[in-house]
Design a protein around this ligand. Sequence first.
Ligand code: FAD
Ligand code: LAC
Ligand code: ZN
Length: 467
Amino acid sequence: MTELIHLLAGIVGDRHVLAPHDDAAEPFLSEARGDYRSAPECVVLPGTTDEVSRILRICAEAGMSVVPQGGNTGLCGGAVAAQGEVLLSLKRMNRIREVDALNGTLVAEAGCILADIQSAARSVQRLFPVSLGAEGSCMIGGNLATNAGGINVLRYGNTRQQVLGLEVVLGDGRVWDGLNPLYKNNTGYDLKQLFIGSEGTLGIITAASLRLYPQPLQSQSILIGFSNLADCLNLLSLARRDSGDQLSSFELIPAIAMDAAVAHIPGCGNPLQDSHPWYILCQFATSSSVIPLEQMAQSFLESAYESNWLSDAVITTSENQERALWNIREGIVAAQRNLGRSVSHDVSVPVSRVPELITRVIDALTVHAPDVRPYPFGHIGDGNVHMNLLQPKDMDENEFAASKPALRSLVYDIVLELGGSFSAEHGVGLLKRELMDLHKSGIELSMMRAIRTALDPRGLLNPGKVV
Ligand code: FAD
Ligand code: LAC
Ligand code: ZN
């Protein structure tokens, strides 16, 4: 082992190989939810694609597994390295290689923080639309490897839809330069799509050509309080119609999450006078300066009010107000931790079945686990609900941990009955590995394993994850 670490240090320099007991290694070893901990032989931080290539060649020769890591904000344990594995952080590969406003493209290295890519696009009056709560620390390589979703999928699609080309290092160290930023290129299999969402099991993404959009010049965010969950579908259809297709986000917040954000997140306040069982936070945005967006938002609210689909609502009139509303949405994730342990389910169903999903889970909990508190929120415009279930107030942690398998089955059985998915946007990692075997068909699993074997015959890239 010392021999391998010596060779790695020869590639990246002594300071960029960390032993697991180094203080500097700590941020790479713990993970967002605290459910897993890495125990790798070392953490290695290459600075260039060539260094990644040489590291992988040396690890392949030594039969050593490699786990790639970006911002380490993933929620499924995908970037966790076990004993005997090398944890490879892309953190130092954080250059934006090119921004081209005319072609609408940006080339970024895998270790670029998502928020930095958004800013670089903004600096040339363009938009990079992937946006999520962890954007200040997650990295584009991680976003690509998980095909991240977030709040703008409704309008722009997942991370997958934002990719024109990739640069990837394969498990044996070979480099594929597929960065070509063409909008049209039908020349055989679209290889980049294999790596997007593969969670580090097929290759290490070192750079990407990304697609940029015109920057929105106007936006209106609206917070709606309402009582009847089924009306969220009426509100969605109406918002789509009345925004003239300018609807970019449509997020559900339950009362328990709004109250938690207001109580625990500094600066969060509910701008509506009363408390409501449910809230929708949505955004209309356009890159046109002549579309009367404010009028559209007003007329949407008037129609919704006349139809009795909402109890109260507020439209933002300034950027600061808009930011304050979205702070609530981001705040509900951090606020949840103040309510005790939880079991989370990142699930999706057809959009039309979202109210049925939530209602059925709540009804089933009332019968089987009446003290468990549902905390369902998220991107319901995409059919994606974060169906988090909170530990009962007077139950101890161990008892709650023992009840998790039954709670998971309760949720997943309903999701699958409704034609949904057990993983909408966070991926599989370690957390949902067993669900793949349970719920994916034999033919899907065999195709996935064949692809994995073809690209990484010795199974050295992120072993034990996904399939
Ligand atoms: P990591 O956690 O470091 O890695 C994730 C996976 O990708 C691992 O399997 C890892 O091995 C692999 N990987 C990382 N980099 C590379 C690379 N260069 N090449 C190959 N494989 C690689 N996710 C959403 O989809 N939508 C949300 O709205 C959302 N909100 C979040 C809010 C908060 C507060 C937090 C903590 C997380 C949220 N997430 C969300 C989850 C997470 O931020 C995303 O999954 C993100 O895309 C992970 O990026 P990362 O750089 O942190 O990846
Ligand atoms: C969110 C994360 C949990 O939507 O995906 O906030
Ligand atoms: Zn989400």
